[in-house]
Design a protein around this ligand. Sequence first.
Ligand code: ZN
Length: 492
Amino acid sequence: MKVFIACLGTETNTFSPIPTGYQTFAESMLFDGDASQQPGQLFSEPLIEWRAMAEAAGAEVIESLAAFAQPAGPTIRAVYEGFRDRILADLTAALPVDMVLINMHGAMVAEGYLDCEGDLLGRIRALVGPDTVIGGELDLHCSITQAMTDAADALITFKEYPHIDGRERARELFTLCHAAQRGAVRPVMTVRDLRMINTWRTSTAPGADIVAAMQEAERRNDILSVSFAHGFPWGDVPEASAKVLVVSDDAATAGTAVAEDIAELIWRTREGVNAPLPTVPAAVDSALAPPEGRDGPVVLADVADNAGGGAPSDSTFILQHLLDRGVRDVVSGFYWDPVAVRFCFEAGEGATLALRIGGKCGPDSGPPVDLEVTVRRLLPEARQSFGSAVAPMGRAAWISGAGIDLILNEARTQVFHPDGFTQFGIDLAAARLIVVKSTQHFYAGFAPLAREIIYVSAPGAIPPEFAEIPYQVFTQPYWPRVADPFADDAAT
Ligand SMILES: [Zn+2]
């Protein structure tokens, strides 16, 4: 048996002002055929699993490119086509192969391509013909399209947000595709469009209940896999909404019934998912009068400026508000500001300077903040933990001014873990407020030290008001913009 593996993806925020070019891939993740032999990252870990399982099964593994970019705006056409064509050339050279396993995000847009995954999978199918098994793993923040399900034999998305199950889903996909390759099963995919735009966290109900229901359905003999593709709200593409995807063993009727059941559960619990978030002044009011009974800082999550959703991570709305109110003992990060980082490195540790911070990428970043700061510590290669993986932060500076400690960095990333701050020597427990630019991935690391966590609706590039996202390409009626998107007269 011959197995071909590769990875190509990013999560494209079509509203982001940041172009995704070659350098963004090079800084985020770019391996030339050896990703599975290197320390794992979220989007290379599936390749590590696939190689191990394929070799254990006695297969020959041909590994191509593994390229993944930190989410931002659409990928430059030549960059996407270059990576895609490299994978296709490697595949052509390897033919015939029995199985192709591709790790993707599922919400990648490039100039001229609104559905990069559908394009890539379609071209792979055209090369390998109908008999080779094609499997794809996807982030759950993906848009499942007709082109993708037409081309692949099986698609499986992460079940968990935070994404803690990438390796587990990779093993499932290998097992499923290997069984299909042997003729032991015949995967048939069924998709149910939910016509919803939302985000679901799976660490608590109702997200956790939806995961449990999917796992229960997977215990049936005729159901091979159940995925809930949450969709990516800030990707303006024709098939943007959330969907349930069931892979049955040649049992489309049973697959449709399971998809209906899961869809019904998701619809029934919709109002409990995302309560409206407080504005910046309201959130800071709450944070300054925290509940009794627990020590520690209050954590404010600046969800609208999460680099993981393609936002710049340099917005200043919360920072300016805290300065205006004179709030002290604040720690905040990470501000993506290569210019300010450069100034800090030029000035050196201990220097005091007038620094212009953030607000540089576009209108959604707000105005820059001018502040007299002291450079406390400089790290040439800062990094933070992300599950079992390590996420680079690039050159980074800890600066203090007006009672506020900030981390500025060069490699744009959301906050995943407290060690992104404590590596500088910052004592988080001594802070009154910690402001993190992240939507959810920060949660596991910060919850144990936080007195309270408050998600804030600040302005930004990924605003959480889903009814008001200014879609141009996605024209289908959806909840919450309309109460019943399946009604005959529903219209956006
Ligand atoms: Zn995701």
